[in-house]
Design a protein around this ligand. Structure first.
Ligand SMILES: [Zn+2]
Length: 338
């Protein structure tokens, strides 16, 4: 990114690469100092120059370690990363000789975050940066003696490299055009306990064209309820189909599942009454004859169907039923004076 660059799409900041010139001198898991971490060391165009770097998104300082020019930052809002992740990012920058950060300090996307330097243990001017796709701020020492976050990811999966000049450190770097922003899917539905439903509890959940992590990301599902029509286990997830060719993966951090409650099929009607309990379910009429002797030859004809109710005939009996709920606990019918 360049100084002052901002990138917001669909109301969500893109997490930009904080460096204008990017010369990577040590990658994830490389050398004894990065073993067991996803940290990278980056210098600028010329060695030994303390180039500025910029806030990749709008961030807040969580804590500082002044003796090593070190600050832990977290995005103020959910941000979009180059692997499609949308959520909080927590990251550490190290070796800034000019460190002026303090806990609670907010830096807007594109404003200067710090300078490359040598403070702490550094063999040359650079910025050591490591990122976690999480709001978790645990910072712990691994078995190699190196400090790291939970949920650390390779910066290739975090940074958008637009307007960053990559001088060294080729990799699978991504650009804004690699992660197009797509519309949200199928509007949510109302809660209905008689339908199979899944509630999305995160702001944005990827919707794929098939029940597979390798399927195309079609769009995003927002918070709320969706009907589901099918489930499938694949790629270590259970997938829910919320529309034709639209699948979401299940995690208890992302969704809650509500299988349909079975409809009550019979209600108590005194057995001496020759009556049939009638339900209208969706577009189908279902009949349950409560007196076994009356089930033979049961047939009906829809006389009319108009919005709230339908009139049907069984033999010479006309019955008016309302939509989608049991008519009543008592049989409702009238003799044919229609
Ligand atoms: Zn480093």
């Amino acid at each position: 990114m360049y100084a002052g660059q901002r990138s917001i799409r669909d109301g969500i900041e893109d997490f930009m690469c904080p460096f204008t010139d990017f010369y990577m001198t040590c990658g994830p898991n490389e050398s004894q100092f990065h073993m067991g971490t996803m940290a990278i060391d980056v210098r600028g165009a010329e060695p030994g120059v303390c180039y500025a770097y910029y806030a990749p998104a709008t961030v807040r300082c969580i804590t500082t370690y002044p003796q090593s020019g070190q600050a832990m930052w977290q995005t103020v809002n959910n941000v979009r990363c180059s692997n499609g992740y949308i959520g909080k990012v927590t990251f550490m920058t190290v070796h800034d000789d000019t460190l002026n950060a303090y806990p609670g300090m907010v830096v807007n996307q594109g404003d200067q975050l710090g300078n490359m330097g040598t403070k702490g243990y550094a063999t040359g001017v650079h910025c050591h940066i490591e990122c976690s796709q999480s709001d978790n701020t645990s910072w712990w020492q691994n078995s190699y003696g190196n400090w790291n976050f939970n949920y650390e990811v390779d910066p290739e999966d975090v940074f958008f490299m637009d307007n960053t000049n990559i001088l060294n450190g080729m990799g699978n770097w991504k650009y804004l055009s690699d992660v197009p922003v797509k519309d949200k899917v199928t509007p949510n539905v109302d809660r209905d306990e008689y339908k199979n439903q899944i509630e999305v509890i995160v702001p944005e959940l990827r919707v794929r064209t098939d029940a597979s992590l390798s399927a195309e990301i079609l769009s995003y599902a927002g918070q709320g309820y969706f009907d589901y029509y099918e489930t499938r286990d694949n790629d270590d997830y259970t997938w829910y189909r919320i529309a034709d060719n639209q699948w979401i993966a299940y995690s208890d951090e992302w969704e809650r599942v509500y299988p349909a409650k079975p409809r009550e099929e019979f209600v108590n009607i005194p057995p001496t009454i020759e009556a049939r309990n009638i339900y209208m379910l969706d577009d189908k009429l279902q009949f349950a004859a409560l007196n076994p002797g009356n089930t033979d030859g049961l047939s009906y004809k829809i006389l009319s169907k108009d919005g709230e109710y339908a009139e049907i005939a069984i033999g010479n009996v006309w019955i008016k039923v309302t939509d989608s709920t049991p008519v009543t606990n008592e049989p409702q019918y009238s003799r044919g004076n229609k």
